[in-house]
Design a protein around this ligand. Structure first.
Ligand code: CTP
Length: 406
């Protein structure tokens, strides 16, 4: 999976309760395609045995300076990124002074590549001026510090000190591993999920969108270095950790959030399944049953792409839209691209199995402004997101070159 395939992650684990989460982190990284080497400090081994990490990584676990000559130089040099999780107050203090007293500290000292430090400790230890000063020093060295998160701690207290979850750390590593991409520094707005229109305080009209496609696009754009705002309707699917999240419920709220986010945007990824119809009247109290049916009048809701069309055109905002169709996929896709002012439209059939709403996979045909259609094979939404962003980056690149040449 991009960008982990064939990349080497050196995971340094120091001794804290959160060390068990690092075993899960190692597993997630391997699943994503990375090769993971692990260094356990002496105290880490008291929390999680090396056998656990050996089982997960296929045996690439190191604990001592003395088992292999120059291991501390090789491990750092071979790694594309060094991740320290959990990083205890003690290890952070050693790194801040340039200590090289064991395999972990000497390897980090000698590592030429990027270093991500994920602290985990008691809140008072994290907030102590000594740890603060040490953390600032690590930032001066160019290390990234991820977390700690605020929440319940193992000792029964609560506050900043928790190790970030593996699901949050993996995308951060991905963002670091991502090489030069055309999205770095670009402002990206992604929309995802359904909208709801209330019938009364307990009932609403909505659709089956899970939000997965929009979440995957937002996450991939963020990982590629974009400054991403994700506007999401209600969904049970976990949100990506990196992008700035704006949660909305109705189409009207999504429109307001979109208009505000678009003011300084470069790219719009419009994956939300905005409801087209809303009850003409929203009852203030719960509609009680009468033993008879209920007739409801639905009126048209706002079309977000139409509402923002002129603004996007005037400001050169590259727009990817979606089209969910049951018939005449290509001609309807081309018509929507034109009418709604998109640069690229991803058409999917509402009738195909393994595609569209509620599915983890999708089958997409891409149509650009020349009318050319490209069929992408059935793939996971996370993989499709990268394929779509590849096309968008290439297209933006080509228009920059065309502008420079003219
Ligand atoms: N869209 C929108 N506002 C709406 C409905 C859809 O901005 N009220 C956007 C979607 O996010 C998508 C594109 O328009 O990017 C096309 O959505 P689709 O549901 O296929 O088209 P509709 O305009 O709803 O047309 P129809 O349902 O008649 O096919």
């Amino acid at each position: 999976m991009r960008p982990f395939d064939g990349r080497r992650v050196l995971l340094v684990v120091s001794g804290g309760i959160a060390a068990y989460k690092s075993a899960i982190l190692a597993r997630r990284l391997i699943e994503a395609g990375a090769a993971v080497e692990v260094i356990l400090t002496e105290s880490a081994e008291r929390f999680v045995g090396r056998v656990t990490f050996e089982g997960i990584t296929g045996g690439r676990v190191h604990t001592s300076l003395w088992n292999r000559p120059l291991a501390h130089l090789d491990l750092g040099r071979e790694a594309d990124v060094v991740v320290i999780a959990p990083a205890t107050a003690d290890l952070i203090s050693k790194l801040a002074t340039g200590a090289a007293s064991d395999l972990a500290t000497s390897t980090v000292l000698a590592a030429p590549g990027p270093v991500i430090v994920c602290p985990a400790m008691n809140t008072r230890m994290w907030e102590h001026p000594a740890t603060r000063a040490n953390a600032v020093r690590l930032l001066d060295f160019g290390y990234a510090i991820a977390g700690p998160a605020d929440g319940p701690l193992a000792e029964g207290e609560s506050g900043p000190g928790r190790l970030l979850e593996p699901e949050e750390i993996v995308p951060l590593i991905g963002r670091t591993l991502e090489r030069a991409t055309g999205l770095r520094g670009r402002a990206v707005v992604a929309t995802a999920g359904p909208t709801r229109a209330a019938l009364d305080p307990v009932r609403f009209v909505s659709n089956r969108s899970s939000g997965r496609m929009g979440f995957a696009l937002a996450e991939a754009a963020w990982r590629r270095g974009g400054d991403v705002t994700l506007i999401s309707g209600p969904s049970q699917v976990p949100r990506p950790a990196g992008p700035r999240l704006v949660e909305v419920e109705t189409a009207g709220e999504m429109l307001a959030a979109l208009e505000s986010a678009l003011t300084n945007a470069d790219i719009l990824l419009m994956a939300a399944a905005v409801g087209d119809f809303e009850p003409a009247v929203e009852a203030a109290s719960k509609i009680t049953k009468t033993g008879h049916g209920l007739e409801v009048t639905l009126r048209a809701g706002p079309d977000l792409l139409m509402e923002t069309r002129d603004f996007r055109a005037e400001n050169g905002i590259f727009t990817l839209g979606f089209a969910l169709e049951t018939d005449d996929l290509l001609s309807r896709g081309r018509e929507k691209l034109e009418r709604k002012g998109m640069q690229l439209v991803a058409v999917n059939s509402a009738l195909e199995p393994d595609a569209g709403f509620e599915s983890e996979t999708n089958r997409i045909t891409l149509i650009d402004r020349t009318g050319a259609a490209e069929e992408l094979p059935l793939a996971k939404k996370t993989e499709l997101a990268d394929q779509l962003l590849d096309r968008i980056e290439a297209s933006i690149e080509a228009s920059i070159e065309a502008a420079a040449g003219s």
